[in-house]
Design a protein around this ligand. Sequence first.
Ligand code: PAF
Length: 287
Amino acid sequence: MAPEIETRIAALRRRVADARGSGLRVGCVPTMGALHAGHTALFDHARADCDLLVATLFVNPLQFDRRDDLESYPRDMGTDLRICGRHGVHILFAPPVEEMYPRRPATYVEVEGLGSTLCGASRPGHFRGVATVVLKLLNIVQPHFACFGEKDYQQLAIIRRLVEDANMPVEIVGVPTVREEDGVALSSRNALLSAEQRDAAPILVRTLRAARNAIEANEFDARGLCRRAQDLFRRNPHVRLDYFEIVDPNTLQPVERIEHPVRIAVAAFFGPIRLIDNLAASPPKAR
Ligand code: PAF
C-alpha cells in the first residue's frame, strides 16, 4: 500500500502523537531518497519492530559541501514512493526546504572529535549538517527508535553520541551494510559511476577484507596494514584514495597497535564520485 505523504511538520507531529497516544510503537528511517536495497533493509528492520513506520525524505542542503554535489544528488519521488509502499512505510515525511529551514538556522550541532576525522577531514561542515538535520528530524518525528545504516559508520557513531549527549528519548539502531554480489556496498552514488568506474569499485571492499583477514590472523600493526592498502590503490588508475584508516570504533581515532575490536574505514574517488565503506575487525584475543 502506498504510504501517506506528509509535507508539514505540524501535521506529521499530530499523526505521530495520536499513534503514540494509542499505545503504538513508532519507528523512523531518515533518508535523502534515491532509495535502494540498502534503504529497504532499514525499512524491513524497522517495520519488524514497530506499529507505525515513518520514513523521512529530505535532501538536506546543510550537509553538502559542494553545490554541484547537492544539485546532482539523484531524486525520483515516484520510484521512492513505490519502494516505501512495498516495504511497509506508513508515512513518508517529505518536507520542502522552506518547511525545514524557514530562515537561515542560527543553531548547529557540532559533535566534537567524531565529526572532524575520516570523512569529516575532507568534507568540512558535512557532519555538522547531518547532526543538525538529524536532531531536527528526530525532534519532529519523535519516534521510539530510528534506524541508520552501518555503511555510514561515522554518521552512525555521531548520531549515537548526539542522542546520548542531548538526552534524547530515542533508541538508535545500526543496521548492517547491504552489498552487491561483488561486495560493493549499496549507495545512491553507485548509479553515477561510469561502467569503468563501477568495475574498479570493488577495490574498496577487497582492501577492507584483506585488512580484516590480516587482523583476524593476528596482524597488529595498523600503520603497516594501511600502507599495504594504500599501495594497492596507488596501482589502480581509476581510483584516487581519500583515506584508508583503522580506528577505534567509538572514538574513531586511528589506532597503532590492534589489541581490541577496530573499524577499518575507506573513502576513495572514482572520477568525481566519492564512495565510502567500512568493516568491523577483531584480533583473535578480543573475539
Ligand atoms: O544517511 C543519510 O541519508 C543522511 O545523511 C540522513 C541521515 C538522512 C541525514 O540527512
